[in-house]
Design a protein around this ligand. Sequence first.
Ligand SMILES: Nc1ncnc2c1ncn2[C@@H]1O[C@H](COP(=O)(O)OP(=O)(O)OP(=O)(O)O)[C@@H](O)[C@H]1O
Ligand SMILES: [Mg+2]
Length: 222
Amino acid sequence: MGKNNTLINLSNISFSYPSKMNLLNDLSFTLRLGDRVGIIGPNGCGKTTLFYVIMGLIQPYEGHVEICGKIRVEEADFREVREKIGFLFQNSDDQLFCPSVREEVSFGPLNFGIDREEVKKAVKETLRDVDLEGFEVRPPYDLSGGEKRKLALATILVLKPKILLLDEPTIGLDEETVEKIIEILNEPDLSYIIISQNREFLKRTTDILYTINNGEMKEMNI
Ligand SMILES: Nc1ncnc2c1ncn2[C@@H]1O[C@H](COP(=O)(O)OP(=O)(O)OP(=O)(O)O)[C@@H](O)[C@H]1O
Ligand SMILES: [Mg+2]
């Protein structure tokens, strides 16, 4: 962890796509331990791009990405970041690649060297949490949009990360599942950033709300 319990510190980040100049423009932002942050804003304002910068999926042209007290530059730095931060892609198809639901949810914990019996138990519990019991042998590509979303969430939650970046977690989810997700997010000890267009959901899960305006983070009223 960094100074003052800083988990993520972005300083003076700038990034453009060829078609979108100054998408992120001298953007600075800090996530501290226990912070629960929402980001809302127009389509195309750079929300997903911001997450990609934090996860090292794109490199900013300028500025520093500091995570858990270390400036992250190389791919190896970000591999460590991806172990610390549970990242939900906006599009579930970007997240799912295994032949069955069970393998999909087991993949992360097995990869981290967790004992097989323990993984089995965690997978069972997590599938119950997202209401996907009975789906274990189904191929992920056969699932409905909402079921894929639940599965993508399960692949993250099974690892019990303390830091979460969730890009539109409620898209396509039924009310009952949204309530379960709210319950999980309201557990203590979590720090997160949630991108969502769902204000009600953000009201119930976050304490501070931002938008991205002209490439910078601007605080908004919740
Ligand atoms: N790989 C890319 N190449 C070129 N332009 C891109 C690329 N990815 C995104 N863009 C453009 O950059 C802008 C920001 O994209 P981004 O995905 O960060 O927006 P967003 O705020 O997450 O939007 P949404 O609410 O629709 O998810 C958009 O105008 C998009 O068209
Ligand atoms: Mg997006």
